[in-house]
Design a protein around this ligand. Structure first.
Ligand code: CP
Ligand code: NVA
Length: 307
C-alpha cells in the first residue's frame, strides 16, 4: 500500500527511527541510495513561499538520482481549474512522489486519498513534519539519544510547528513542553494524540504559559516566527501577544547549561529570538537547515521502498 507523510504520526516510533537512521547514513554517504535513478521525477508544489524546502527537496531529489519538477503558485491547474483528486490521479502516472506546501491540510488528505505514489506534506497550516525529522536528526547528532530528552517549544504553540513538535517528539519518546500564551496552545485533538503516543514511547506532553517555567531544565529550546505564512494581517497584534515569549540569553539560562537552540527558519531577530541566542554557541540552526536535505532524502527513499 502506498504510504504518505502528511503528519508526524504517519510514521510509527519504529519507522521514525528507521528514517532517522537512514538520514544519518545519507549524511555520511550522500549518494548511497538511488531510488529515483532514471531519472524519475518528483512533483514539488508551492502555494506558499520557501527557501529551505524548495532547495532541500530539489537537491535531495537530484541526489537520489531523480529530477524535481517545481510548480509555483498559479502555474498548474491544481485547485483552481482541476480538482485535487484528478490532479493526484494524473500525477501518479507521471511522477514517483508528490510534495506539496499548502494552506488547508484537508487538501493534502484529498491528494493522498487519490494518489498511488507517496504524498509528502512540506508544510500546511496544521503541520510541518519534514522540518521535525530534520530537527530530530540535529538533536540526535548533538545529544546522542532522543528518548528522555526534554525539549521546550516557546511562542506560537497553536501553529504548524507547535503541532508537529507535539506529535513528532512524542513519537521519538521525548518530553515535549510548549510554552505559549493562553489561546495559543496546540489544538485539543493534537494534544490528545500526542499524549496517547507519549504513553506508548515513554515521553510526555506538558503545556505552560510561563516561558521561564517551561524552559527550566530543558535540553533543547526551540522557537518559530510569531507570524506564520497566511497570518500577515494579524502581525501587529501577534507581536504584542508574544512579546514575553522572546528567546533571550536570560530565558536560555533557565535551560540546562548544555542546552541547544533550534529554529526552523526564517528567523526574525527583532522578535522571537535575540541575535545573541541564534548567532551564539548554543545555536545549531545551520545544521538543522542542512539536515532538511538528509532527512527528506531518507524519507523519500523510505516511502518509495514501502511499495
Ligand atoms: N523551515 C522552512 O520550511 O523554511 P522555508 O519556508 O524557507 O522552506
Ligand atoms: N510557522 C511558520 C513556519 C515556516 C517554515 C509558517 O508557517 O510560516
Amino acid at each position: 500500500m502506498t504510504r504518505h507523510f502528511l503528519r508526524d504520526d504517519d510514521l510509527s516510533p519504529a519507522e521514525q527511527s528507521e528514517v532517522l537512521e537512514l538520514a544519518a547514513r545519507l549524511k555520511r554517504e550522500p549518494f548511497s541510495e538511488r531510488p529515483l535513478e532514471g531519472p524519475r521525477s518528483v512533483a514539488i508544489f508551492f502555494d506558499k513561499t520557501s527557501t529551505r524546502t524548495r532547495f532541500s527537496f530539489a537537491a535531495g531529489t537530484a541526489e537520489l538520482g531523480g529530477q524535481p519538477i517545481i510548480v509555483n503558485p498559479g502555474e498548474a491547474q491544481l485547485g483552481a481549474k482541476e480538482s485535487i483528486s484528478d490532479t493526484a490521479k494524473v500525477l501518479s502516472r507521471m511522477v514517483a512522489a508528490i510534495v506539496w506546501r499548502t494552506y488547508d491540510h484537508a487538501g493534502l488528505e484529498e491528494m493522498a486519498g487519490s494518489a498511488t505514489v507517496p504524498v509528502i506534506n512540506s508544510l500546511s497550516d496544521d503541520f510541518h513534519p519534514c522540518q521535525i525529522l530534520a530537527d530530530l536528526q540535529t538533536i540526535r547528532e548533538q545529544k546522542g539519544e532522543l528518548k528522555g530528552l526534554v525539549a521546550t517549544y516557546v511562542g506560537d504553540a497553536a501553529n504548524n510547528m507547535g503541532h508537529s513538535y507535539l506529535l513528532g517528539f512524542a513519537t521519538a519518546g521525548m518530553h515535549i513542553r510548549v510554552a505559549g500564551p493562553e489561546g495559543y496552545h496546540p489544538r485539543a485533538d493534537i494534544i490528545e494524540d500526542a499524549r496517547r503516543i507519549a504513553a506508548e514511547t515513554g515521553g510526555s506532553v506538558e503545556l505552560f504559559t510561563d516561558p521561564a517555567e517551561g524552559v527550566r531544565g530543558a535540553d533543547v529550546v526551540i522557537t518559530d516566527t510569531w507570524v506564520s505564512m497566511g497570518q500577515e494581517a494579524e502581525k501587529a497584534a501577534r507581536i504584542s501577544t508574544f512579546a514575553a515569549y522572546r528567546v533571550t540569553p536570560e530565558l536560555m539560562s533557565e535551560a540546562k547549561p548544555d542546552a541547544i537552540f533550534l529554529h526552523c527558519l526564517p528567523a526574525y531577530r527583532e522578535y522571537e529570538v535575540a541575535p545573541e541566542v541564534i548567532d551564539g554557541p548554543q545555536s545549531v540552526v545551520w545544521d538543522e537547515a542542512e539536515n532538511r536535505v538528509h532527512a527528506q532524502k531518507a524519507l523519500m527513499a523510505w516511502l518509495l521502498a514501502q511499495g
